[in-house]
Design a protein. Structure first.
Length: 388
């Protein structure tokens, strides 16, 4: 096992920034008041929560009153989709989403199907983009919600959110987007993009785990999915995670303060990695849109390679990455995203997602590519011996 550690799985989670932790520490120690309490240390916590609400609203160009804090991206997706669906059931019961959404969206929609809602799952092209004409054709008189992710967590493809928002607005349909991967990597103005609801999670942009936020446009009715107290304007019961909320606010403020420099750094690393891999490794395929993708994301599939073996051998070399495949019941099955973009099984099973972060360097790219060349050659040689 190597003593080296190169972390290249920032789409899964990011390292908590020290400045964010410093901002949180008082609320983990001596500023411990419950934000719903009326005495001074409670009011102090409430003020901190309100400040974080303003920090998020400033980034999205919305009102702080349109921001609701949650336990993360999955809860935000559930609250947006179920909340809007339940509240607008008298208007209709049809929802449109895509086949490459995060499980937090897909499984929420499947749950709603069991409750009598109808869901259309749009196909995507071989780069992971929905076809706008298919979206228009899928709209019915009883369509109440469109939920399409801003950027895909596996292949990094960024959807034409503005066009989708325009279609939804023209038809009088609510538009939700899971922007968990996009926050920090894309500038987002919910008004210009006609977004009615948007989900995010702090740990994807150097904030703490276990806290997220949901934007819902003023005037849109949505039901609570967690019953209890009056917190978050009655939409999300439970004592506020003050320290986490403070961390989310600080983290989103910091990542956008340094937006251009940060994302250019990611883009340079990603482009070098893609160029070097394609130059040095045969029988590989870049998954997702080549240019219209998240700046730090590079997802490759390698023919005659098993993703799990590749990950384990990279781990021995101190490289943390992710595969586009998941091990299910002892057999490696291609991810739903790779299947949706039409990837052949021989490629889909050998998928590797690299997602860069602010601490990664050009030397990291060189080391990873050298390691990949060696490991893939070894695995393919082993595969040939096995076939014989």
């Amino acid at each position: 096992m190597s003593n080296k550690l190169i972390y290249l799985d920032h789409a899964a989670t990011t390292k908590l920034d020290k400045n964010v932790l410093d901002e949180m520490m008082p609320y983990l120690t001596y500023k411990y008041g419950n934000a719903s309490s009326l005495y001074s240390i409670g009011r102090e916590s409430k003020q901190a929560v309100d400040n974080a609400r303003k920090q998020v609203a400033n980034i999205l160009n919305c009102s702080p009153k349109e921001i609701y804090f949650t336990a993360g991206g999955s809860e935000s997706d559930n609250l947006a989709i179920k909340g809007i669906a339940y509240s607008n059931r008298k208007k209709g019961n049809h929802i449109i989403t895509s086949k490459i959404e995060h499980p937090a969206v897909l499984n929420t929609c499947r749950r709603l199907e069991k409750e009598g809602f109808e869901v259309t799952y749009l196909d995507v092209d071989n780069e992971g983009l929905i076809l706008l004409e298919e979206l228009k054709n899928a709209i019915k008189d009883n369509t109440i919600l469109i939920s399409i992710m801003f950027a895909n967590n596996e292949i990094g493809t960024i959807q034409d959110i503005k066009a989708i928002g325009n279609i939804a607005k023209q038809k009088g349909i609510y538009f939700h987007t899971d922007a968990v991967q996009a926050i920090g990597n894309v500038r987002i103005d919910v008004q210009k993009l006609n977004i009615d609801a948007l989900s995010m999670s702090a740990h994807k942009f150097y904030g703490p785990k276990g806290v997220g936020a949901l934007y819902v446009k003023k005037g849109i009715m949505f039901d609570s999915v967690i019953n209890g107290g009056h917190q978050e304007n009655g939409k999300r019961a439970g004592t506020e995670n003050v320290a986490g909320i403070v961390g989310l606010g600080k983290a989103i403020e910091m990542v956008y303060e340094d937006f251009d420099k940060y994302n250019m750094h990611l883009l340079n690393l990603r482009n070098k990695y893609i160029e070097d891999v394609e130059k040095r490794i045969l029988y590989c395929r870049l998954n997702g849109h080549r240019t219209n993708r998240l700046p730090g994301n590079a997802n490759f599939s390698f023919e005659r390679i098993e993703g799990e073996s590749l990950l384990l051998m990279l781990d021995i070399k101190g490289i943390c990455a992710s595969s586009g495949s998941a091990c299910t019941s002892g057999s490696l099955e291609p991810s739903h995203v790779l299947t949706a973009i039409g990837l052949e099984r021989k490629f889909a099973q050998g998928s590797l997602r690299i997602t860069f972060g602010k601490e990664n360097t050009v030397n990291d790219v060189d080391y990873v590519v050298e390691s990949l060349v060696e490991i893939i050659e070894r695995l393919r040689n082993m595969s040939q011996l096995h076939e014989k």
